[in-house]
Design a protein around this ligand. Structure first.
Ligand code: B16
Ligand code: MG
Length: 217
């Protein structure tokens, strides 16, 4: 049986990580503080409300639950508006080729993303048909580093965790994959994704047979 592939979305399939971060910056500015570059990594891969909590704590701001909901909704409105301008340009290099090569080889694929916008985003980019299942932030209770999102994707694929390869760009996502018993390919910087089994720069550099040989070796 060929190991299945489960992809994180933001930062792996599409380059929306910067759009998320720039929108959090815009919100911080509205609240009267500057969100430092050092927060970029920390805001990757976690849910909208968990991200908001980090941003508010960074700015030393306390607001009611009702106000938090309003701020999160405003951030999402700005984020979706910013995505409108970019559309297909957000698909990362090598993604389409890699996904099509997996399909030709008969490798089953799914998405496991913290984003509540994942299904909408992949549908609007016409990439949704390439996945058996898209599990996103709407389908889970626990956010990464909890492995729930990947476990749900494995369940939908009907594969054991150890027969799946998770592709993930965030530290919290890599932790989720490893704690859930998955093989994990880190996407990005070797130093910040040390917990992954192997790290590659992006899907442009991905070779399925090579990755599988590393996993089984
Ligand atoms: P939304 P991923 C994550 O997606 C992003 O990395 C993270 O920065 C964002 O806060 C989160 O989705 C929630 O996104 O506001 O769209 O629900 O990397 O898990 O695909
Ligand atoms: Mg990500």
């Amino acid at each position: 049986m060929k190991p299945a592939c489960i992809f994180d979305m933001d930062g792996v399939l599409v380059d929306t990580a910067d759009y998320h971060f720039e929108t959090w910056r815009r919100l911080a500015e509205k609240l009267g503080f500057v969100l430092g570059d050092n927060m970029r990594e920390q805001l990757k891969g976690i849910s909208r409300m968990a991200s908001l909590a980090i941003v508010l704590e960074y700015g030393g701001i306390k607001v009611s639950e009702n106000e938090q909901k309003k701020l999160a909704d405003l951030k999402n409105k700005w984020y979706i508006e910013s995505l409108d301008e970019v559309s297909h340009k957000v698909v990362l290099p090598g993604v389409i080729n890699f996904l099509h090569s997996l399909r030709e080889m008969g490798v089953e694929c799914a998405v496991g993303s913290a984003s509540r916008n994942a299904a909408i985003t992949l549908k609007s980019l016409e990439l949704d048909d390439l996945f058996v299942s898209i599990v996103d932030g709407n389908d889970v209770i626990h956010t990464k580093p909890n492995p729930e999102v990947f476990k749900n994707a494995a369940r939908d694929l009907q594969y054991k965790e150890s027969d799946c390869i998770v592709f993930e760009d965030s530290q919290k996502g890599v932790k989720a994959a490893k704690e859930g018993g998955f093989n994990c390919v880190g996407i990005g910087d070797k130093n910040s994704l040390k917990a992954a089994d192997i790290v590659i720069s992006g899907l442009e550099a991905a070779n399925y047979s090579h990755i599988v040989s590393k996993m089984k070796g």
